[in-house]
Design a protein around this ligand. Structure first.
Ligand SMILES: NC(=O)c1ccc[n+]([C@@H]2O[C@H](COP(=O)([O-])OP(=O)(O)OC[C@H]3O[C@@H](n4cnc5c(N)ncnc54)[C@H](OP(=O)(O)O)[C@@H]3O)[C@@H](O)[C@H]2O)c1
Length: 329
């Protein structure tokens, strides 16, 4: 290891131990400079689907991927926002930019999107589950599901499983899920996953849904290893986006000078889309182009057998909830 690489490693570890240093722009700036990050090499011509692409990290990722030559599909719930997102992304590419209207809190919408994507002329190379929000008050969708969980967990599950089952993902496709450091506070507990109106707290519902994503991705990696598709989690750090301002305004004000830009928050996602096939091992959590631990607090820790069992149970639970919601519609 060169002296520079050794310094970069020590700095990375120190930042990671400090939490704040790691998650803020300090972490991004130090790591990107010391490690001399470059644009990922294998983006050109890849078909990339990004949910939540009308704002914040999703929009920033879409613009950069388009600039690097990806065929970008923007998924959003508002036609107006999709139109302006497409106009923005088109500034970075002469290629076509597709839009798909889909409210991901609704499983019927997610299934329609899955059908649409499966019918594309070539399969998807990267499916990015980025859409999300921290909702301060309890809301239930017309399909009878708590909105946070439907958006962050059930729709991504449906989309991924449908595309896998219908040949909608390319042989070496990557499925990338945007999680959050909020998940570090919660232990996975299936019985407590779907919050009820009486018990609801926005930050808890958000953290539990994000923790569930961290159980689902390693499950997918195990269950679908033979497909050649790999599954990854990204923690973007703390980035200045409308989502952060609306979801946790006090926190946003407190750390504002240290927040990452949306481009900085989206960097690892973009890197995962275009890194060489040999590089990012599936089933892991990534922050600033390095794999990170899934647990920081002892009380949240699951042993390997517990993780395995949690993944199996979560997948069955998603199957059952989705079937029920679609049949009842
Ligand atoms: N910013 C951070 O520091 C941070 C930290 C950790 C994790 N994250 C995660 O990063 C992801 C992106 O967040 P962001 O910070 O970029 O927030 P953002 O600017 O609010 O972007 C969120 C995107 O998700 C879309 N979305 C939300 N609910 C949806 C639904 N039901 N159907 C379809 N689209 C929906 C939003 O659409 P509308 O524009 O229509 O609302 C928007 O395009 C989220 O998963 C978030 O949890 C962010």
């Amino acid at each position: 290891m060169s002296a520079r690489a050794q310094v970069a490693h020590v700095v990375d570890e120190a930042l990671e131990a400090s939490v704040v240093g790691s998650f803020t722009r300090l972490g991004y700036v130090a790591r990107s400079r010391l490690e001399k990050w470059r644009d990922p090499a294998f983006v050109l011509g890849r078909r990339v689907v990004i949910t939540g692409a009308t704002s914040g990290l999703g929009l920033a990722a879409a613009a950069r991927l388009a600039r690097l030559g990806a065929h970008v599909h923007l998924v959003g719930r508002s036609e107006t926002k999709l139109t302006s997102a497409r106009a923005h992304v088109q500034l970075f590419t002469s290629g076509e930019v597709w839009t798909h209207r889909c409210d991901l809190s609704l499983l019927n919408d997610a299934r329609d999107l899955a059908r649409e994507l499966s019918a594309l002329s070539t399969p998807v190379d990267a499916l990015v589950h980025n859409a999300g929000a921290l909702l301060p008050a309890y809301t239930e969708t017309r399909e009878g599901l708590e909105t946070t969980l439907a958006t962050h967990l059930l729709s991504p599950y449906l989309l991924t499983e449908y595309l896998l089952a219908h040949g909608g993902l390319a042989a070496h496709a990557r499925v990338i899920t945007m999680t959050s450091g909020g998940m570090y506070t919660e232990r996975f507990d299936l019985a407590q996953l779907m919050m009820t109106v009486d018990a609801y707290r926005g930050t808890t519902a958000y953290a539990r849904a994000k923790r569930a994503q961290c159980v689902l991705t390693p499950y997918w990696q195990r269950a679908h290893a033979a497909s050649g598709v790999s599954f990854h989690l990204v923690h973007p750090g703390w980035a200045a986006t409308p989502g952060l301002t609306n979801g946790i305004p006090l926190f946003e004000r407190a750390v504002k000078p240290l927040l990452r830009t949306p481009d900085q928050g989206a960097d690892t996602l973009v890197w995962l889309v275009g890194a060489p096939t040999s590089e990012p091992t599936g089933g892991q959590l990534w922050l600033d182009r390095h794999p990170r631990r899934l647990y920081r607090l002892k009380k949240t820790h699951l042993s390997a057998p517990e993780e395995f069992q949690a993944g199996e149970q979560l997948a069955s639970w998603c199957d059952e909830r989705i079937a029920r919601a679609l049949n009842e519609a």
